[in-house]
Design a protein around this ligand. Sequence first.
Ligand code: SAM
Ligand code: SF4
Length: 326
Amino acid sequence: MIDRLGRKIDYLRISVTDRCNLRCIYCMPEKGVKLVERSLLLREEEILRIVSVMAELGIRKIKLTGGEPLLYCRLPELIAEIKAISGIEKVTVTTNGILLKEQMEGLAEAGTDGINVSLDTLDRECFRRISRRDLLDKSLDGVREVLRYPGISLKINCVPLGAADQDVCAVARLARENPVHVRFIEMMPIGYGAEFPGMTEETLKNILEERFGRLVPYQGAPLGNGPCKYYEAEGFAGKIGFISAVSHKFCGECNRIRLTSQGYLKTCLQYTAGRDLREIIRNGCTDEELKDVIRAALNEKPDGHHFLEKAKNDDTEKLCMSQIGG
Ligand code: SAM
Ligand code: SF4
């Protein structure tokens, strides 16, 4: 699919659930999480229908996210079914890793192409403070489990908050000792994220270079679906990456759209622009009608985010990241 600005859209991120077993401070509130009534969440067959239609329109890569996607009880089955859809080339999962040890075998058998584990720190107390759960060991068990499957790519995603005990160098070291890429994701002012200043790419890069030596831009074949800038460091098995949506805006090359767990097709992270696909599907639309609505949404895909500007209107997203999928 090509949007009105000529951007090629071939990547769909699907939030399969709004439920989560952590409560990261920049993503969800501690208490009073308003969970969506189950009947309002997309059913498996509805997700599959949307993916089939999207594949006909040119979507090639799917990311399953959440909330926590491993809480979706038929995730391996869903992955296998999506992989069987003609045109779909890759299905990957973004998870906090807590349930990975138990579920990795099923995910591998289903044909999962890659796993991203969100891991902000290796410090137990800091992990507890950020995620509001004392579950660092479970997450690390999950990471170790994925490493037992060398055919499945593993990336670690870390959102630096600027706290000293988060120790970003310890997280980066995972890429020195293991064949994994560690990516630092800039905090975005969405939902609860707006309350945290985060850390700029430059600051972070300086800290890492001081510890590990020069980071040299990676020039090889693309390593994923998106805008991550990768670097190589002496003696590292994996790469270090930066995804800095705010300070190094990449909207001009945006290749993605999002589907919320309630079936809303979001065409930009910052704005509510998009279409309610659940409603038209439950009203009995044909595949051609569904395609028309998807094309119409694409036609209105915003040119980019304006995180650094004061909001001019009220079409900015009010959902928190666990409801969107990141
Ligand atoms: N629960 C899964 C996980 O944590 O990987 C999937 C959903 S989570 C919303 C997806 C990603 O969004 C995580 O890597 C998380 O750190 C990131 N995220 C959440 N809020 C964010 C924010 N305000 N800015 C940047 N990244 C954020
Ligand atoms: Fe849950 Fe992921 Fe949000 Fe953390 S970032 S609260 S793990 S959805």
